[in-house]
Design a protein around this ligand. Structure first.
Ligand SMILES: Nc1ncnc2c1ncn2[C@@H]1O[C@H](COP(=O)(O)OP(=O)(O)OP(=O)(O)O)[C@@H](O)[C@H]1O
Length: 676
């Protein structure tokens, strides 16, 4: 059995940990070797798909058997006194430490955690939650409908792994959810003798190390992946057990140099499709700014040395290649001056490169052509589009050389230290599992990129959501008026209404339309997020109207007033189609949760971004405009769905390209000895 290093929480160390040896723990950094398989390999994709189809029913059968083993223990465990329950827990911990997550230990741990949850949180896991947790323990993505209680479900898997001595990372989409989930579930973990840590933005390395020392770590995907990148840079590439031990042996006090994580043993990813698929479009880049003064000195010296050279004796210019070449005489003259200047200038390659670049900056880069000076800054002009590119800078010191040439303030260089995609990062976990309400659309990608199978878990009670269809309006303005009128009518019947919008601007338009009808409402968007928790808490009250961006989407639980259910529950109005159908489904999922009543409807306009911002959408609109008869709602609805499918395919392509680039870059950099 692997030992994953010290548990850093003193509270946890004081807690009963029967079976834990007192010998100094080994510091390992477990992570999975980079898999050979690759998304773009079609043969592997087909093979995996077929294996998944064949083994799927057997897998479910195995889960059902495990479920009945767990349920058999429920009665006897419920009859135990508190003291007897604790004793049985210690026994289970001891066995789990030896056997890991075997079927027998899982069934026993689940039964105990379920009962302890009832006694501490007052929440008793439903059968379907046990099933979801078992699927995750066996490395799958549990697709559980929105509102089915994934947070509570994950406590079974995380708790069982914790009892077996496997550290768990519960990955959420943001810090707010990480903190909320950790705090709600803390009493349960405390009683299990497992320590819980929450990683939030701004924590110092020492505090982070303490958090990672806990048995269960709640963190957002960003925080955790950046910590991993920083560790990799510190460890100068792949961590080796031996090198870690040597470090500890020779330099035990060098805390700053030590990694903050204990490796990548087990991740349970909440909102798995969002984290593993949607976020996977952008790579994570860890960069460092160099010292601006040192850059200025370097660039000034390069220019000073370039001043002493003359064309054509010392250099020749190749305008077509935008390149300057030093002649033998030029090199000789530089050698003399380099020796006089000292420092890095004595190094022939670095000296000649710097001077060549300085000459290029002077002779080949022209103001108004390649760049402009804006507010005392050199800003690059894109040669193809003619637009200024505020965020871009030339690399290898060229930007600083142009800045010195123009006499403006020299900015630091951005040096890329490490780069990774979420795809590569999550594949390195020894065990990976996930949960979400919307996985079936991306099950093929989850399987081929992460080797994760999706298991659909039934709802605890039959869903009561009523879908009231799609209406399409010719202009956005008419849509907003209709949305406001509809919300007002529902509000007067005592039902709460949630209006979901795609952008801050759209949320403001919806709010203006409601104000025009004197409809009292709350607005929740990125600009106004201060009272987020309060707005969400009130959104289920009778007659409340809430306009929100996606901030009221995934993970948001809107509790209903007791009499609201009798009036029909929460009504959600979707005012635009998102780029992915899954986001629409998540928004709809705010209503009719846990078998409660609720309804949703869609109100779109032909001016919506999904149609107007893509060439395919614009083309379709133009064809519609030429039609001699008006289009009906069914045809218009289809138009939106097609545009959405195109957008989904475009994003999938972008992810595939990124993964491919990442893999190639990884191979190249591995050859040149870089960490990532
Ligand atoms: N077994 C249970 N018994 C009673 N209440 C439960 C149970 N499981 C979960 N709940 C409650 O259900 C609510 C919804 O839970 P949670 O927010 O975890 O759902 P979710 O599945 O994550 O939803 P979403 O998909 O929208 O993120 C919470 O208030 C939670 O306390």
């Amino acid at each position: 059995m692997l030992d994953f290093g010290p548990s850093a929480d003193p509270a946890n160390q004081a807690a009963p940990r029967g079976g834990l040896s007192s010998s100094p723990p080994l510091v390992l950094y477990p992570e999975r070797e980079e898999a050979r398989h690759h998304w773009l390999d079609p043969a592997e994709g087909v093979a995996r798909y077929l294996v998944g189809r064949i083994s799927g029913p057997f897998f479910k059968l195995r889960l059902r058997r495990l479920l009945s083993q767990t349920l058999k223990r429920a009665g006897p465990v419920a009859a135990l006194s508190d003291a007897a329950l604790d004793a049985r827990l210690e026994d289970a911990r001891r066995r789990a430490r030896c056997d890991g997550l075997s079927d027998a230990t899982l069934a026993e741990s689940f039964a105990l955690i379920r009962e302890i949850s009832r006694r501490t949180l007052g929440l008793y896991h439903h059968k379907v939650q046990l099933l979801g947790a078992l699927a995750m323990a066996r490395g799958a993505v549990a697709e559980m409908a929105t509102g089915e209680g994934k947070t509570l479900t994950s406590t079974l898997t995380a708790g069982a792994a914790g009892l077996a001595g496997i550290p768990v990372h519960i990955v959420t989409v943001n810090d707010y959810l990480a903190e909320r989930d950790a705090e709600t579930m803390r009493p349960l973990y405390d009683r299990l003798g497992l320590s819980v840590g929450v990683l939030i933005h701004g924590l110092q390395p020492e505090a982070r190390r303490a958090v990672y020392g806990c048995d269960i770590v709640y963190a957002s995907n960003k925080e955790i992946a950046f910590d991993y990148l920083r560790d990799r840079v510190k460890l100068d590439g792949a961590p080796r057990n031996l090198s870690l031990k040597l470090r500890r042996y020779f330099d035990p006090g060098a805390k700053n140099d030590a990694p903050v994580m204990r490796g990548l043993p087990f991740a349970i990813v909440d909102e798995a499709d969002s984290v593993l698929i949607d976020e996977a479009r952008t790579p994570l880049i860890l960069s460092r700014e160099t010292d601006a003064t040192a850059e200025r000195v370097w660039a000034e010296t390069a220019h000073r040395l370039a001043d002493t050279l003359h064309e054509p004796r010392d250099y020749v210019v190749h305008p077509r290649d935008r390149r300057v070449e030093l002649t033998k005489k030029g090199k000789l003259s530089l050698e003399e001056q380099g020796t006089r200047t000292g420092g890095i200038w004595t190094n022939r390659i670095r000296r000649e490169q710097a001077v060549q670049q300085a000459l290029t900056a002077r002779l080949m880069f022209h103001e108004g052509d390649h760049y402009v000076i804006d507010d005392g800054k050199v800003v690059i002009v894109d040669e193809y589009s003619g637009r200024i590119m505020e965020e871009r800078s030339w690399n290898d010191g060229m930007h600083q050389l142009v800045e010195v040439k123009e006499g403006v303030e020299v900015t630091p260089r951005k040096e890329v230290l490490a780069r990774i995609t979420y795809q590569r990062f999550f594949r390195r976990y020894g065990r990976l599992a996930g949960m979400t309400g919307t996985a079936r659309e991306v099950s093929a990608e989850l399987s081929s990129v992460y080797r994760l199978n999706v298991v659909a878990i039934p709802t605890n009670t039959p869903a009561q959501r009523r879908r009231l269809g799609v209406r399409v309006f010719p202009t956005a303005e008419r849509r907003w008026s209709a949305v406001a009128a509809r919300a007002n009518a529902l509000r007067e019947t005592g039902r709460p209404v949630l209006i979901g919008t795609r952008s801050v601007a759209a949320s403001e338009q919806a709010s203006a339309a409601l104000s025009a009808l004197d409809v009292p409402h709350e607005l929740l968007n990125a600009k106004l997020h201060k009272q987020e928790a309060q707005i969400i808490a009130d959104a289920g009250l009778a007659g409340h109207v809430t306009v929100a961006t996606n901030m009221a989407g995934r993970g948001v639980d809107i509790g209903l007033d007791p009499d609201v259910a009798a009036r029909g529950g929460l009504h959600v109005i979707l005012t635009e189609r998102h780029d992915s159908k899954r986001i629409d489904r998540q928004l709809e999922g705010r209503a009719a949760r846990r078998g409660e009543p609720g309804s949703s409807e869609v109100m779109l306009s032909l001016e919506d971004a999904i149609l107007t911002q893509t060439s395919a959408g614009r083309g379709a609109l133009a064809r519609l405009a030429r039609l001699p008869w008006p289009v009906g709602p069914v045809a218009a609805g289809r138009l939106f769905r097609r545009a959405q499918r195109r957008a989904e395919a475009g994003h999938a392509r972008a992810r595939r390209t990124l993964l491919d680039q990442d893999r190639r870059l990884g191979t190249m950099l591995a050859f040149s000895g870089r960490p990532e």
